[in-house]
Ligand binder design. Structure first.
Ligand SMILES: Nc1ncnc2c1ncn2[C@@H]1O[C@H](COP(=O)(O)OP(=O)(O)OP(=O)(O)O)[C@@H](O)[C@H]1O
Ligand SMILES: [Mg+2]
Length: 276
């Protein structure tokens, strides 16, 4: 379980993320939506560690990871897609994935300088790397150098590396932005596949509502840095708060996951989904 509690950051006088409390369960794809400048990317940066919060905490599996840097959070299982700096452009696709697999097995499989164990380790790592490449449908490109891959394949490879690193959380910030019409479906297909693995927690920032509608199990809406709606997709999309957020007006109404139809009212969790 990934969770943020009262997470906030300000830039000068501007509160970019304002006391956001939210928990993300394994096996769930949560779409995070909101108008430009709502704080979605900043929220991701706070979760992945690119930015340190002014206040609030980030918890992963019940552990407070707020004070950890980016690489320690990656090691803990937080996978921010398309931000990896550890791709080796001159090595092959297979070698890159094998190195990532090896990184998660630091020393565990070492039995001294024994040629047999080195060889069997290598075979194990290669098998695992090949299995991951098969999952992202890149086995046929395993011997290509990373630098020679088209943009879409490089992005697929980055997701493969997150799998190799055994990420439990996959974060995608507008994954198809800047992609060609032939490349975008490939990434969406990959996210769809990832969703089938019910142990993964997936966070997706996406402006395209057709993509959100298809993939999201849940939608969280940010507006002016605050969480203003959270719930089942159809309900959130139809809500006044979303209609208004997308029109850029100030929301006056809040929706929560269990706020059903008017008569039940905003009781219970209303405090969490405070309107701006
Ligand atoms: N490093 C920074 N320094 C100062 N202000 C920043 C910084 N990063 C973000 N902001 C501001 O914080 C607010 C939230 O920005 P953010 O990029 O998180 O929005 P977003 O929801 O991702 O928008 P978009 O949909 O356009 O990607 C904006 O007003 C932005 O200008
Ligand atoms: Mg953004």
């Amino acid at each position: 379980m990934l969770e943020t509690r009262d997470l906030s950051i300000r830039f000068g006088g501007h509160v970019a993320v304002n006391a956001v409390s939210c928990a993300f369960a394994p096996g769930t794809l949560t779409a995070i939506v909101g108008p430009n400048g709502a704080g979605k990317t900043t929220y991701f940066n706070l979760i992945s560690g690119q930015l340190k919060a002014d206040s609030g905490t980030v918890l992963l599996g019940g552990r407070d990871i707020s004070s950890l840097g980016v690489s320690a959070r990656t090691h803990a299982g937080l996978g921010r897609a398309f931000q990896l700096t550890n791709l080796f452009p001159n090595l092959s696709v297979l070698e890159n994935v094998r190195l990532a697999v090896q990184a998660t097995r630091s020393g565990a499989h070492r039995h001294g300088l024994n040629l047999w164990s080195i060889w069997s380790d290598h075979t194990d790592l290669t098998r695992r790397a090949e299995a991951i490449l098969a999952t992202v449908a890149m086995l046929d490109k395993q011997h290509a150098t990373v630098a020679s891959l088209p943009h879409g394949d490089q992005r697929k490879l980055e997701v493969a590396l997150l799998m190799a690193l055994e990420a439990s959380v996959f974060m995608f910030d507008e994954p198809t932005a800047g992609m060609g019409a032939d490349e975008a479906p490939v990434i969406l297909h990959l996210i769809r596949d990832l969703k089938k693995d019910k142990t993964k927690t997936i966070l997706l920032v996406e402006h395209k509502m057709d993509v959100v509608r298809e993939l999201a199990d849940r939608i969280v809406v940010l507006h002016n840095g605050a969480l203003v709606a959270d719930g089942e997709p159809a309900t959130v999309i139809a809500s006044k708060v979303v209609q208004e957020a997308y029109l850029g007006a100030s929301p006056t109404d809040a929706v929560t996951a269990d706020a059903a139809p008017a008569e039940s009212g905003p009781a219970g969790r209303a405090g969490r989904a405070s309107a701006a």
